[in-house]
Design a protein around this ligand. Structure first.
Ligand SMILES: Cc1cc2nc3c(=O)[nH]c(=O)nc-3n(C[C@H](O)[C@H](O)[C@H](O)COP(=O)(O)O)c2cc1C
Length: 355
């Protein structure tokens, strides 16, 4: 039996294998509502055999969207738009998960194919955008307004409300987006958080918002269903940034709050850092968190080969592997990988004659 294609249990859910569709923005929603594009995009990856399909960074507040094309769960109307998508994913044998996000200082940007730069309300964006401190991401970015301490309870509540809507829409797994330089990561890193209240300064203060969001989501998310946290395990800064040591400590702190697995990414908070990109380059970060914080992890980043993915699981470097771009190139990657590894994988009945 191939380890990659062994089922994996997370609370009361059993994933049919360890291959996960990594969350990927499609920039194709209208006013937060997903549509046929999302149904076909996510649905075809469920048909392709992945165990878990995590829908893209989905905003918990309208102003927390990266772009006007981001999906949302900030209004009750979004529930009905997501419901047929989760139903289809489940009927195709995969678990439907969703990433809950707030873009912080990286909100209100043009669609990537329109340049991706910050846009004003006149250009179809919105203002102000908010962050821990009034520090722009880079020279060409819009400067955010620093959130007042009195605004944080509403922000935390918006994550919990979105989680309740996710449940109503049929999602069975939530991933909180604490990575890639978006709001929660901005609070974690001393390079983007220069607050002087109890959410800035010390490590305990910088992680406070993330812990509060997790606790609020866990309070409304059923015990039987899993909660994941995606982090950037390092800013890749030479000094003074968020790093792997802090990530390990954060992982230790979130486990008792009910986080079941850390999805280990990196970077995204600083414009000018050298990232040692290459096959599996973030896997060592996952391996350290898994071993040193004794928590399940997912590895992501330039995982493209069946043997490579299986090796990560066999080495104990991660419990799940997440693929993004390779699954855009080939939604049937899990089926091809299973064949290569000699694993049994059930094709959809409709496709049986081909496999
Ligand atoms: C089109 C696209 C959209 C993405 N959107 C998200 C997102 O919504 N949330 C997130 O955490 N990462 C996002 N990512 C990052 C991926 O989930 C993944 O971490 C990254 O692409 C590295 O994996 P890969 O080498 O397999 O592509 C996106 C990547 C791509 C290519």
């Amino acid at each position: 039996m191939s380890r990659l294609f062994e089922p994996y249990k997370l609370r009361d859910l059993t994933l049919r294998n360890r291959v996960v569709v990594s969350p990927m923005c499609q920039y194709s929603a209208v006013d937060g509502s997903p549509n046929d594009w999302h149904r076909v995009h996510l649905g075809s990856r469920a048909i392709g055999g992945a165990g878990l399909v995590i829908a893209e960074a989905t905003a918990v507040e309208a102003r927390g969207r990266i772009s006007p094309g981001d999906t949302g769960l900030y209004r009750d109307e979004h529930i009905a738009a997501w419901a047929p998508i989760t139903r289809f994913i489940r009927e195709a044998g995969a678990v439907a998960g969703i990433q809950l996000a707030h873009a912080g200082r990286k909100a209100s940007c043009a669609l990537p194919w329109d340049g991706g730069l910050g846009i004003t309300p006149e250009q179809g964006g919105w203002a102000p955008i908010v962050a821990p401190s009034a520090l722009a991401f880079d020279d060409s970015s819009i400067t955010p307004r620093a959130l007042a301490a009195s605004e944080l309870p509403d922000l935390i509540a918006s994550f919990a409300l979105a989680a309740q809507r996710a449940l109503a829409a049929g999602f069975e797994l939530i991933e909180i987006h604490g990575a890639h330089g978006y709001l929660l990561h901005e609070f974690l890193s001393p390079l983007s958080n220069q607050r002087s209240d109890d959410c800035g300064g010390s490590f305990d203060n910088r992680i406070r918002l993330t812990l509060d969001v997790i606790a609020a989501v866990r309070a409304v998310w059923p015990e039987r269903l899993p909660l994941l946290l995606r982090i950037s395990a390092t800013d890749w800064a030479d000094s003074g940034g968020w790093d792997i040591e802090q990530s390990i400590e954060l992982a230790r702190r979130v486990k008792p709050l009910g986080v079941d697995l850390i999805d280990v990414s990196s970077g995204g908070n600083l414009p000018k850092v050298k990232i040692p990109v290459g096959p599996g380059y973030q896997v060592p970060l996952s391996a350290r968190i898994r071993r040193e914080a004794s928590i399940a992890t997912g590895a992501v980043g330039m995982i493209t080969e069946a043997l490579q993915a299986q090796g990560i699981i066999e080495a104990g470097d991660a419990d799940l592997v997440l693929l993004a771009r390779e699954l855009l190139r080939d939604p049937y990657w899990p089926m091809h990988a299973a064949k290569q590894l000699g694993a049994e994988i059930k094709a959809p009945l409709q496709y049986g004659r081909a496999w």
